[in-house]
Design a binder for this molecule. Structure first.
Ligand code: G6P
Length: 366
């Protein structure tokens, strides 16, 4: 009801703004990194595994796709990520030393549960879930679990569940890194400090809302949009495109920016906004040349750039500056303005934001 919504127009907006608290709550019981954060017996299981297989659907699949970059670069563990509805019906090669990780806000998604059972039936019995509902089927079915504390999520388009999943997945990365002798104590302390500072960092990003609203008025008049990202921000571009599709009904696609010339560049015209996630990381120079390719074709770039990137607004190039570069945890900050962009674009188009047509909050039948 209206009382619960407080100053917000929709649950989705409220949930976007609850992210600092949701992240803080998710980190509340964490006093240091250890496998036991994931349950009794986690150390023994983590010691026995040689790879990770992530299974999920929708937005949860994109948090898993982001985590693959962390797991391979920080914990040095080979990781694959599969759409649950594909994995459950595909012939694959089971590896009993793989840790099967399901990710689910609801813990009741039929395809994700079936994918888990499929993995187990093939002898992959080491299972862990990152889930927002402690009493769900998923938590009952898995040996290990990390419960995110996003609180009830009502908007069909997932927001605070996604960022808290990323927090849980980062903790998993650190715990696996530690078990595998890949985490120096100084690094552990640095990572924990960055995690604990996230609520404040997210709050600073939420303050960009007025600038995002100004962009959303232009987006509301478009029928297509392209999202670009590279590295661990490619899944963030995918999530940004998904959000826009789900609630504004604008056709949106995401590409890893290096792939532009292999197809999507043919779509670029002045009518095609190109949203670019531009953190100040090792791929920034490459990304800048991808942006040039778009500009040379008259495309309109909308760039979320970290403070120190030296990307300035000029005709055809619109820039919103992110408060700070956040290293490995940067995806958690960069997804926030994309959530706000989808939200305000949908509002400008007058759609039913919390209950978009044809979609359900939790898909419990196939
Ligand atoms: C539906 C929801 C999405 C969600 C997906 C997976 O499609 O609309 O927001 O990401 O299901 O749900 P889960 O509860 O498994 O994370």
């Amino acid at each position: 009801g209206a009382a619960e919504l407080g100053p917000y127009r929709h649950y989705m907006q409220k949930e976007i703004f609850e992210q600092p608290v949701a992240i803080a709550n998710t980190l509340d019981a964490v006093n240091g990194i250890s496998p036991e954060l994931f349950g009794d017996g986690a150390y023994r299981i983590f010691k026995e595994i040689d790879s990770v297989l992530i299974l999920a659907c929708g937005t949860s699949y994109y948090s898993g796709s982001t985590a693959k970059y962390w797991l391979e670069s920080i914990a040095k563990i080979p990781t694959s990520v599969e759409i649950a509805s594909e994995y459950r019906y595909r012939d694959s090669v089971p590896n009993p030393r793989t840790l099967v990780v399901t990710i689910s806000q609801s813990g009741e998604t039929a395809d994700t549960l079936a994918a888990l059972k499929h993995a187990r039936a093939q002898g992959m019995t080491k299972t862990l879930t990152i889930c927002n509902v402690a009493t769900s089927a998923m938590v009952r079915e898995c040996e290990l679990a990390y419960i995110t504390r996003a609180g009830a999520e009502i908007g069909v388009a997932s927001t605070k569940a996604f960022t808290t999943q990323l927090v849980g997945l980062f903790l998993l990365t650190l715990a696996l890194a530690q078990t595998r002798g890949q985490l120096a104590e100084a690094d552990e302390a640095e990572h924990l400090k960055a995690l604990r500072h996230l609520p404040v960092a997210v709050q600073a990003v939420l303050a960009l809302e007025p600038q995002v609203i100004a962009w959303s008025e232009e987006f509301a008049r478009k029928e297509n949009a392209l999202f670009l990202g590279r590295g661990l921000h490619y899944p963030i571009a995918l999530e940004g495109a998904l959000k826009l599709k789900e609630i504004s009904y604008i056709h949106a696609e995401a590409y890893p920016a290096g792939e532009l010339k292999h197809g999507p560049l043919a779509l670029v015209t002045a009518e095609m906004p190109v949203v670019t996630v531009a953190p100040n990381d090792a791929l920034l120079e490459k990304l800048k040349s991808n942006m040039q390719e778009v500009r040379a074709r008259g495309g309109q770039l909308y760039v979320f750039a970290d403070g120190d990137t030296q990307i300035e607004s000029e005709p055809g190039l619109h820039v919103i500056r992110m408060p700070e570069h956040y290293g490995a945890l940067s995806p958690i900050l960069h997804v926030i303005p994309l959530q706000l962009l989808a939200y305000h674009t949908a509002c400008a188009r007058g759609t039913d934001v919390d209950k978009p047509r044809n979609l359900a909050k939790s898909v419990t039948v196939e």
